[in-house]
Design a protein around this ligand. Structure first.
Ligand SMILES: O=C(O)C(=O)C[C@@H](O)[C@H](O)CO
Length: 336
């Protein structure tokens, strides 16, 4: 038996899989294994495999196992017994094991999130702490609630707005240490569908240089257009931008991004003057920050602070892991 020195952080989303070996309690990432084996693709594979329902958990754990082996090889030590903390869509209808949502409101210090502990077995030698999502009467999230907890928001008298860009962008209102309202915007998913599967695919080319002046300009043009023109018409302008040589394909990528983010932010609450907390992948946080400024929202609110996705995921998972350790649900020692 040895003292707990590491945990495995699994952020298993709809379209991506991320496993990290993390030092405990310092939260330094030692090794990472990522893939596009998101829950949507894994669930499809599971359905195609035609196995009985009782094998589903094992099917998902075998993917986890393969990634743990990669980390083990990189780390150079066995990881048997090291706990895995899993957040995201793994607890959903398309995940390894469906867990019920925790109802809103929930405490932003992470004390009342729903979790399930799956003990280590002969096939998978790690206890798994699976974190469930949260729901309002008409909206849900899985994964972002852990990142919200990882923002370590102070319980202020003034409302805070947690913005999480992504496939399903989340806007969560926080009041005195409680998350009280949620709206999901399918911004990232619409972007993927329009830019990859519609007629606009021929007019758009993926780019990853938001700061290039021409890209930034095209993005800002998209944000401005979103405030004046109907979405269904403005989307077609992506095609005519290219037909009439107004924008290059990579500029169009940012124009479409600006359009959709602009439409999403159109519903920013008119009377909100509190603090905005923007957390997510850097490539998404940057354009949201720019759009907030362009729309005059940055000047109107108390502050806009930003956090990276990895930082808030690890900190949020650490809160939940610490709670499980404190409650004696998990041994504070590993078996290797
Ligand atoms: O719980 C579910 O079934 C969801 O669809 C939640 C989803 O929106 C995630 O929060 C982000 O992809």
């Amino acid at each position: 038996m040895a003292e707990l020195t590491h945990f495995l952080s699994c952020d298993w989303g709809t379209s991506s899989f991320r496993l990290k070996l993390v030092e405990w309690p310092g939260l330094r990432v030692v090794a990472t294994s990522t893939s596009d084996e998101g829950n949507a693709a894994t669930f499809k594979q599971w359905q195609q495999a035609g196995q009985p329902p009782e094998r589903r958990l094992g099917f998902y754990l075998s993917i986890l196992h393969r990634h743990v082996q990669k980390l083990e090889a990189e780390f150079g030590h066995p990881l048997a017994g090291t706990p895995v903390v899993v957040s995201g869509m793994a607890s959903s209808t398309v995940g390894m094991l469906e867990l019920p949502y925790k109802d809103f409101p929930f405490a932003t210090d992470g004390t009342d999130l729903t979790t399930k502990l799956l003990p280590a077995t002969a096939e998978f030698s790690h206890p798994v702490l699976l974190i469930s999502g949260v729901k309002t009467p008409d909206d849900v999230m899985r994964g972002e609630e852990v990142q919200l907890v990882g923002c370590h928001l102070p319980a202020t008298a003034e409302d805070q707005l947690f913005l999480h860009p992504g496939t399903h962008a989340k806007h969560v209102t926080v009041r005195r240490g409680q998350a009280v309202a949620l709206q999901t915007y399918m911004t990232g998913e619409f972007f993927a569908l329009l830019s990859q599967q519609s007629i606009l695919a021929a007019a758009v080319e993926k780019a990853d240089d938001f700061q290039a002046p021409a890209h930034r300009q095209a993005f800002e043009q998209g944000v401005r257009t979103s405030q004046d023109i109907n979405l269904l018409h403005a989307a077609f302008l992506v095609r005519t931008n290219q037909l009439f040589d107004k924008l290059s394909k990579s500029e169009n990528f940012y124009y479409l991004s600006g359009l959709l983010i602009g439409y999403e932010l159109s519903s920013f609450p008119a009377d909100f003057t509190g603090a905005v907390v923007l957390a997510g992948e850097e490539a998404l946080v940057q354009p949201y920050e720019a759009a907030l400024a362009l729309l005059g929202l940055t000047g109107r609110v108390a502050s806009v602070t930003t956090h990276g996705a990895e930082e808030v995921t690890l900190r949020g998972q650490a809160v939940v892991l610490r709670r499980a350790l404190g409650a004696g649900q998990l041994p504070s020692v590993t078996t290797s």
